[in-house]
Design a binder for this molecule. Sequence first.
Ligand SMILES: Nc1ncnc2c1ncn2[C@@H]1O[C@H](COP(=O)(O)OP(=O)(O)OP(=O)(O)O)[C@@H](O)[C@H]1O
Ligand SMILES: [Mg+2]
Length: 500
Amino acid sequence: MTEPLISARGVSKSFASVEVLRDVDLDLMPGEIHALLGENGAGKSTFAKILAGVHRPTTGSLSMSGQPVEVTSPIVAQKLGITLIHQEPISFPDLSVAENLVLGRHEGGWLSRVPWAQMMRDAAAIMAVLGVRIDVTRPMRGLSIADQQMVEIARALASDSKVIIMDEPTAPLTPKEAATLFTIARRLRDEGRTIIFISHRLEEVFALCDRVTIFRDGNKVITDTVGNLSEADIIRHMIGRPLKEYMHKQGSVIGDVALRVEGLTRPGVFADISFTVRKGEIVGLGGLVGAGRTDVARALFGVAPAASGQITVQGQAVSISDPSQAIDLGLAFVPEDRAVAGIFRSLSVEQNISAAVPGKISTMGVIRRSVEKAMAARSIANLSIRLASARQPIGELSGGNQQKAILARWLLTDPQVLILDEPTRGIDIGVKAEFYDMIGALAVKGCAILLISSELPELLALCDRVLVMSEGRLTADLPRGVATQESIMQAAVPRSGYAA
Ligand SMILES: Nc1ncnc2c1ncn2[C@@H]1O[C@H](COP(=O)(O)OP(=O)(O)OP(=O)(O)O)[C@@H](O)[C@H]1O
Ligand SMILES: [Mg+2]
């Protein structure tokens, strides 16, 4: 039997007095793609960060090829050949792609000592190996997330990493970009490297991974060959109880038009967008990543207003030029990119949850802590947000739990019109069903909901109607019953000549 490339023995991790990983033993083999699965907050990212030197284990040890190692920092990890690709790539936006590739690679690290022409040649060669076409002389700024990830992977290759950890890499990718990533991951595996792959999408695990380890509440439950486990086995190990079924759509009464959009246009981004959402109606907005759906949502909420077109809320023509106006009109918006648009990282979970409803927690401008606290506690229970304390900084929560907290914030505003942008991205399978029930219940209460989602089953299960966008234009409006995975995909695929 081959020797493991990395072995973890008895690895535990506590933050303050809370133990989030408990006595984990795990062997990672050379030449395997190893999935880490578990519910939000199960400890996947924490384990990854321990391997990558971001966190130190509280107890336990690591060894590489049989030799004990102390991964005391990310730099040490890199020297050992371990690279963690974060979900939000960390890079220097103003430096060129090539410079980002070689950063930290050269002892002493001064870029000026690296001959420019050679650097460009090396960088281009690495990109060619990956089969990715990115101009290495251009700045990082403005690259798509997929391309930024490719640069991170290229950097791992440039530093000759033996272990590459990908923490939810596919969440922001189009299916085509994800396919490219998979091809590259397989190639790296076949060269004998170890890939650790974290995802909430089980179909990706079945398509890509050789073995899987499942965490639950900080404990390792099982490691096994993917082929030995069914989807039902995996879910049972992950959540330790039967999965709550999302029964069927709740019957809500569809009323007057709550939101009407006519001819909304922002040149180069989206054009001539017209649709309505009625009270009690859940309208889906499907399409590929990059089709312009988020831009439309941001225009509706006044984050980046449209250049022309008319928005009507509850029968009243309005112009929304910033989010506070949108909130006053009864709109709420749960953004897809919580790192940019949703989170006040240094504030507590409580403060983040109550951030959109200052009126509800203050009396004559004075914030009443007890009210804030009670309100946050209810949200935390309703959405089963996992945390040590409601007063801890939100940045300490796991990715999925941060997402739930932001959702809780907007649900508290009692919106007339709720715009959700990829709300279940990064949310585990156990909570999704509860979340769908909450959306359904809001519709029953008369809320008009616009749901942007790339998950076709989600659109089909929840929505009364599915709109589809492609290249900045609306390409379909499919009533429930007519909408199918095929009809949505067909309308989502770009056709030349459609560009806004
Ligand atoms: N820096 C920190 N300080 C305090 N607690 C933390 C810190 N980092 C993580 N935790 C806690 O550790 C637990 C595990 O978090 P982790 O990020 O590993 O979960 P995860 O499995 O990656 O979840 P997700 O699927 O939501 O990303 C969570 O309860 C989280 O709140
Ligand atoms: Mg995580």
